[in-house]
Design a protein around this ligand. Structure first.
Ligand SMILES: *Cc1c(COP(=O)(O)O)cnc(C)c1O
Length: 485
């Protein structure tokens, strides 16, 4: 059996049940909740189940305190994705693409953010919490919409999403401001993403008044409830290769993951710890290659320029979930706390050579700049007739430079229609006009269907028009809380 108790990566004394960990998000000492004993999971039996069955079994094992996991899984996913498989595996040339973007908002975050609201409401009931849960999110685009769709009309929850008025694309903005639901609220903040994020952090630090009837929570991937659902698709891809006769049980499969906050790839590592024969996990970065450097040298150094790239969801310098990997490799809370202190105070830390070697056994790495990203999209389209988004292209390019005898699965994290201008120009199309015109032209040129949620966007009514200054964010939240009561 997988161990029942979650604990902080920074202190064994800070522990929690899986329901409490989901409700709390971050541990009290600033660490992340993790378990270390993954033994005894029936991974082989799991491979014969359908995707929903796999999700029930894997989530039931990772989050053992939830009373009714099968119902939660059904409620989270039934009818929400383009296919009941949730995450189809497609053969492209010699490799396989694991399409994680077939959910309601066409980004891979749907897989986790469809499930998280069910986990939070169940945890709230089981823990006897009567306050409503208010999710606060600052978004640079994808997370906000996926969280809105996930939490829309989920009883016992409310959600406020702040986005920078000058920081999101036209399509992303349209996705958010047309969001339906009685419990959702979307507000633009004058400034950039950092301004918005800082504002939200301040609200969390200040808290809301006691007895106001709500409790704040986050939909960020520091929450173990957002990580656990991502373990499922690693099993699902492996099962697909098995059932198509491409591999036999026990054969290794490599996974190449376009990485930002290190959540997606860490879920792959959890799958491996649970017994799945994962070969290498290959971490693919864009020009912001802080993780690639770390994996190569053992030094994590965030003191470097920040680049805006064509794969914006991977533009990140501090990858929070790496802390969980460090812990799993050393199982020493003081050591992890030390690394995080150095990161905070000096902007860098170095792990010992022994840990670097362990990393090299389990992980590959590589990076890819914008020019290579575009070249890859164009070439894969021409050679294989497969259209990929900019994030997926980073992973594909890194996969090409990576030698392996095992089958290689490239994780695809967004629909090409979420980043239509870059994709259209990569295949040689004319990118005049606004994003909706570009989407239409991309469809004309390729024949690849536009996902339903994006195709119907332009005809939807705008429901959220608030625009505020950063200094007004806290008052805005308190005003909403009052109004809702
Ligand atoms: C969030 C995101 C990623 C990065 O995933 P992490 O779990 O943060 O590593 C990659 N691609 C897309 C499209 C994303 O939205």
């Amino acid at each position: 059996m997988i161990s029942m108790k979650y604990q902080s990566t920074r202190s064994a004394a800070v522990s929690a049940s899986s329901t409490a960990a989901v409700l709390q998000g971050l541990a009290d000492d600033g660490g992340l909740f993790i378990i270390k004993n993954f033994g005894g999971f029936d991974w082989q039996g799991t491979l014969s189940l359908n995707t929903f069955g796999m999700a029930e079994k894997i989530l039931g094992a990772l989050l053992p305190d939830f009373d009714a996991m099968p119902e939660l899984v059904q409620r989270a996913y039934t009818g929400k994705f383009e296919t009941d498989e949730l995450t189809p595996l497609v053969k492209v040339g010699e490799r396989y693409v694991l399409e994680l973007f077939r959910g309601p908002t066409s980004a891979f975050k749907d897989v986790a953010l469809s499930m998280l609201p069910q986990l939070i409401t169940a945890a709230r009931a089981q823990e006897g919490v009567t306050d409503e849960i208010l999710i606060l999110t600052a978004t640079s685009g994808d997370t906000g919409k996926a969280a809105l769709a996930g939490f829309c009309d989920v009883p016992g929850t409310k959600i406020i999403v702040f986005y920078p008025d000058e920081g999101v694309s036209k399509v992303q903005k349209a996705q958010m401001v047309t969001q339906e639901g009685e419990n959702v609220c979307v507000c633009a903040v004058r400034g950039n993403f950092d301004d918005t994020q800082t504002g939200v952090k301040k609200i969390f630090a200040a808290g809301v008044p006691k007895n106001c009837g709500v409790r704040l929570s986050s939909a960020n991937s520091i929450n173990i409830g957002r990580l656990a659902p991502q373990v499922v698709y690693y099993f699902k891809a492996y099962a697909d290769l098995l059932h198509s006769g491409r591999i036999q049980t026990g054969d290794a499969v490599d996974y190449v993951v376009p990485t930002g906050n290190f959540g997606d790839i860490l879920a792959g590592y959890l799958a491996k710890r649970m017994g799945l024969p994962v070969g290498r996990l290959v971490c693919a970065s864009n020009r912001n290659d802080v993780l690639t450097d770390f994996l190569r040298t053992g030094t994590y150094d965030r003191r470097r320029p920040f680049y805006k790239t064509l794969s914006p969801s991977m533009d990140i310098l501090v990858s929070s979930n790496l802390e969980r990997l460090l812990y799993l490799l050393c199982e020493n809370e003081e050591e992890v706390a030390g690394y995080m202190r150095h990161l905070n105070e000096d902007g860098a830390y170095t792990v010992p050579a022994a840990m670097r070697e362990k990393l090299h056994e389990e992980f590959g790495f590589g990076c890819c700049d914008d020019a290579q990203t575009k070249e890859t999209i164009g070439r894969v389209w021409k050679e294989h007739g497969y259209l990929m988004d900019t994030h997926t292209a980073v992973a594909w390019k890194v996969a090409e430079g990576y030698r392996s005898n095992a089958p290689v699965v490239v994780l695809s994290t967004a629909s090409p229609y979420k980043f239509p201008a870059a994709v259209l120009s990569a295949i040689g199309g004319d990118t005049d006009g606004d994003e909706f015109e570009i989407m239409a032209r991309l469809h004309e040129m390729t024949g690849v269907p536009v996902p339903q949620g994006l195709a119907t966007l332009q005809s939807k009514a705008v429901r959220h028009t608030d625009v505020i200054d950063r200094e007004q964010m806290q008052a805005y939240v308190l005003g909403k809380v009052e109004k809702w009561n």
